[in-house]
Write a protein that binds this ligand. Structure first.
Ligand code: ADP
Length: 339
């Protein structure tokens, strides 16, 4: 069994990125590799050029994301960690699959409709064919399982349709070219809100640095931000229902639960009747305890470009090896002559 998953590279990583995305990869890695399965995790830098972007920013974010992933527990000896741009088979495979994917299929993709909006004529061709690159990303490795959130289900369906049609058109029944990947629902991801506004997502684009906990923050900064986090004067209730209409309180309880690996209800059992004067220091300490070792590694590693590039290079070599046989079979099945 083989799991393949990608993430767009972003920089200035924060607690929301960690609890909402990175930690899930670490969990999947630990669970799957312990059972002897392969995990391939890639940075979707080729996908990033489908929208207007800044080249220097993309380069920096790709490396930052590797630093964050490794600091938070992705082990390049256990998982295959790489970026698409160093494995040309992704771009090649996309082109080969472009002959199979249908305009009508892509036209129905809700992400395309949402992202292109009213300006379809001005959208990039890459934005339109984005799901074909995603199909290439997983079919290239004969992935058996792909973790997908709600918004990506349609794209995985498309990857299966592309694989099925290609197998029908160019494979034989006893020797299909591609494995049809099954979706797996990733471990439930926490949605972390701003420390200044319980109705806004914690985000790197929030102008206030006090709204988020950055993965680079030291212990003092974390304690300070938690102390200043917006709350209300009420004590913590006994049950989740008591958090209704108290978005900020709910967010802090949610963060505590996610960091401690318990449910919000269990947090309330522990803190029922206590005010934020007692809860905030406990939350701050928990965050410092958990994040500090990662933050220290992250601060060091993100400066070490050579080490980061070596990690990506090593991952790319492994990925290229794994991709080679399927890529060769695809060329062959299409009747393309390669010396
Ligand atoms: P930002 O909103 O800071 O720009 P991105 O959009 O670059 O973050 O998100 C990168 C990944 O981190 C995505 O998988 C996204 O779902 C996750 N993520 C970002 N912010 C949060 C958050 N506040 N809570 C949970 N997950 C988040």
């Amino acid at each position: 069994m083989r799991i393949v998953s990608g993430i767009q590279p972003t920089g200035n990583l924060h607690l929301g990125n960690y609890l909402g995305a990175i930690r899930n990869w670490v969990r999947m890695q630990d669970e799957w590799t312990a059972q002897g399965h392969d995990c391939l995790f890639f940075l979707a830098d080729l996908h990033a050029i489908s929208m207007p972007h800044d080249p220097a920013g993309l380069r920096a974010n790709t490396r930052e994301m590797v630093a964050a992933l490794v600091s938070c527990g992705i082990d390049p000896d256990k998982s295959i960690l790489f970026n698409q741009a160093q494995v040309p088979a992704h771009a090649e495979m996309q082109w080969l699959l472009n002959g199979t994917a249908r305009m009508g299929w892509l036209n129905r993709m809700t992400q395309w409709k949402d992202k292109a909006g009213k300006n379809r004529e001005g959208a990039s061709v890459a934005l339109f064919t984005y799901p074909v690159l995603q199909a290439a990303d997983v079919l290239l490795y004969q992935a058996t399982h792909v973790p997908v959130g709600e918004d990506q289900k349609q794209h995985l369906e498309l990857a299966r349709d592309v694989a099925q049609k290609f197998n029908n058109d160019f494979g034989s029944e006893d020797a299909p070219v591609f494995t049809l990947p099954d979706p797996i629902i990733p471990p439930e991801a926490a949605r972390i809100m701003s420390l200044r506004d319980g109705s806004a997502k914690m985000s790197k684009s929030d102008p206030s640095d006090m709204s988020r906990i950055n993965l680079t923050d030291d212990a003092d900064a974390i304690m300070q931000k938690v102390k200043k986090a917006k709350t209300d004067p009420e004590p913590l209730p006994a049950t989740i229902e008591g958090l209704e209409g108290r978005a900020e309180a709910r967010n802090l309880v949610g963060i505590f639960a996610a960091m401690a690996g318990v449910t919000p209800a269990e947090v309330l059992v522990q803190f029922e009747g206590k005010g934020f004067g007692a809860f905030k220091p406990a939350l701050g300490e928990l965050l410092v305890e958990t994040l500090s070792p990662m933050a220290t590694r992250y601060r060091e590693l993100r400066e070490d470009i050579e080490a980061l590039d070596a990690i990506l290079c090593k991952g790319a070599l492994k990925a290229r090896d794994l991709a080679a046989p399927t890529l060769a079979r695809t060329y062959e099945a299409l009747g393309l002559v390669r010396g």
